[in-house]
Structure formats: C-alpha cells, structure tokens
Design a protein around this ligand. Structure first.
Ligand code: BEZ
Ligand code: FE
Length: 311
C-alpha cells in the first residue's frame, strides 16, 4: 500500500459541498482526477460511474448495504492458501470468462481456445517424463492416454514449452481439497519435445461440484444454481516469446456441458475423448480405456505467469 504524500495531497482538489443527489458522482470523479497513472484513472473513473449508476438503479436499503459489505468481507475471510473465494466469485458470475475472452481476442479474426484459470492452479507441478502417469496415488477411474501437441498460430510445432496439466479426481476433488490424495496427484509439468509434443497417462476426468462453503456458494444456492463443472483437463502452457496459454479441454458428452457454473465452455474447447477397446498402451490395462489427441495453439506475445490462486 503506497503512503499518501502529505505535500502532494495538500493540493487535493476542492469538489465543493454536495447540494443534490446528482452532485456526488462528479465530485468523486473530480477528487480522483489527479491520479498520474492514466490506466488507474481510466479504471477507477469507470468503476465509480458504474458503481454509482448501480446504486441509483438498485437503491439498496441500509440493511442490504450492510449485507453486501458482509458478503465482500466474507470472500476475504473464507479465502485461505487452499481456497480462493474471490476467484470463485468472479468465475460463477462469468467475470473470469469475460476477461479471458476479451484478453484473448474473442470476436476478432481468430476465435481463441482459451479458458479461465480457475482457483486450483498451483506452482511447482512436478516435472514428469513423457508417457508417465500423473496418477500419483490410488485414484480409480477409466484410464486415459493423452497426446498433446503445441503449435504456434502459423502451424509450427513449438519445442521446449512448459505445460502444466491438472484435473480433479474421480470423486471430483483436486489434491488440495482432498486429504485422501497425495500432493500433486493428477498434476504434472511436461516439456514439449522437438515436435512440440508430449503424452501422459491419467484417468478420464469427471465433472464435479465447485466448493460451496463460502459466500460464492451461498449465493449460488440462493439462485438455485447447480454448482457443477463439466469434466475437463486444465492446461497452462508457458514459453518465452509467446502469450501464456491457459485452457481447458472438455468432455463433450458431459451432461452438464451446457450449464457449466463458471460459463467456461466454448466450441473451441471441446475434446475428442475416444473410448478404446483395442490393446492399451500399458500392459496392466485390459478392457476399455480412453484416448485424446489434442493440439494447443500459442500466439506470439509476452510470457507471464498468473498469480497462483492457491499456495
Ligand atoms: C476449476 O476448473 O478448477 C474451477 C473453475 C472455477 C471454479 C472452481 C473450479
Ligand atoms: Fe477444474
């Protein structure tokens, strides 16, 4: 938090005495105008304009205002190093998906195959050999062989891309939510080979309910919304010189594919999970198993890592 400069703040503009209901919005805008950072000025002006318009439309009672503040405080109070209610709140109201769509050029010349990060990405995924399993403790489920290729937007394979993969278990929980899973179960970091490829073994993902014990869950319940995400794998691909790709690959026939509680599903994110009955790539698997063959596309840009929502 920056200290207020006492000398500079002496020059705070006078915005006058408020005489009517209409005076307050321009007064706040005027008070904020000295901000030097133009983006801060732009963002905060829009925030105040929209927030005041919202209040004028909704006309909250004082009790409702207090409830709203409690709700906001509750988001912070329930957030821990394993659970992030602020991310969840933005996810379940479509805010994260909208930010992702706009930041990745949706509506422009190329429809992006990007998705929200979600609250469960963490740093330190174990580097995993190609072909190895990311199932690190007893985790039942149909076996999955995933073959992933990373290319750029001109179709050139990209070697040396760090790709984090993570997904929920067959009971619908990530490692950090479930004391029966070992750390980093169903997570791995793969580095693409000279063909931009890697492959791994896991279990076919299942749909799962998002956590509902915080304020975001309470509002979902009040809105009678099913807190369910359709089955998906998560990917975060990182390479210097390319915009970091955050995406998900969905199981198209999941019954909840058209009612993802986080509004994360677009046509570009459908995966072709195939049921296989021939010999599996591993001798211990007999009977049916699943395969997926999928290409991720990265575009030139700045490689940055998001702030991990959990530790
Ligand atoms: C996830 O896919 O991991 C996720 C996304 C949003 C809310 C909860 C979970
Ligand atoms: Fe997920």
């Amino acid at each position: 938090m920056a200290d207020i400069d006492p000398v500079a703040s002496e020059g705070t503009v006078k915005y006058g005495i408020l005489k009517t209901l209409e005076d307050i919005t321009p007064a706040v805008l005027k008070a904020m105008a000295p901000a030097e950072d133009p983006r801060l000025r732009e963002v905060m002006e829009a925030f105040v304009r929209h927030a005041h318009a919202f209040i004028r439309e909704v006309r909250p009672t004082e009790e409702e205002f207090e409830r709203g503040l409690e709700f906001l405080n509750g988001i912070g109070q329930t957030t821990t190093d394993k659970y992030n209610d602020a991310v969840l709140f933005c996810d379940v109201f479509g805010i994260s998906t909208l930010v992702t769509m706009l930041a990745n050029g949706m509506g422009g010349p190329m429809e992006p195959a990007t998705a929200l990060l979600g609250p469960f990405w963490r740093l330190g995924h174990p580097i995993t050999e190609h072909g190895a399993s990311i199932v690190r403790c007893d985790t039942p489920g149909p076996q999955l062989h995933a073959k992933i290729r990373v290319i750029d937007n001109s179709g050139k394979p990209l070697p040396g891309v760090d790709v984090d993969v993570w997904h929920a278990s067959s009971v619908g929980m990530y490692d950090v939510q479930d004391e029966n899973q070992i750390e980093f179960n169903l997570r791995g970091k793969f580095i693409t080979d000279e063909n931009g490829s890697f492959h791994f073994r896991s279990i076919k993902p299942v749909g799962y309910p998002i956590p509902t014990h915080g304020p975001s869950g309470a509002i979902l319940a009040a809105q009678k919304r099913k807190p369910q995400r359709p089955a998906h794998l998560h990917f975060l691909a990182f390479k210097e010189g390319y915009k970091t790709l955050v995406t998900q690959i969905f199981v198209a026939d999941d019954p909840d594919i058209e009612r993802d509680v986080t509004f994360g599903v677009t046509p570009q994110l459908m995966g072709d999970y195939k049921r296989e009955t021939g010999p599996a790539p591993w001798p211990d698997v007999t009977g049916e198993w699943y395969s997926i063959d999928h290409t991720l596309v990265m575009v030139p840009g700045v490689a940055t890592l998001p702030t991990p929502p959990i530790a």
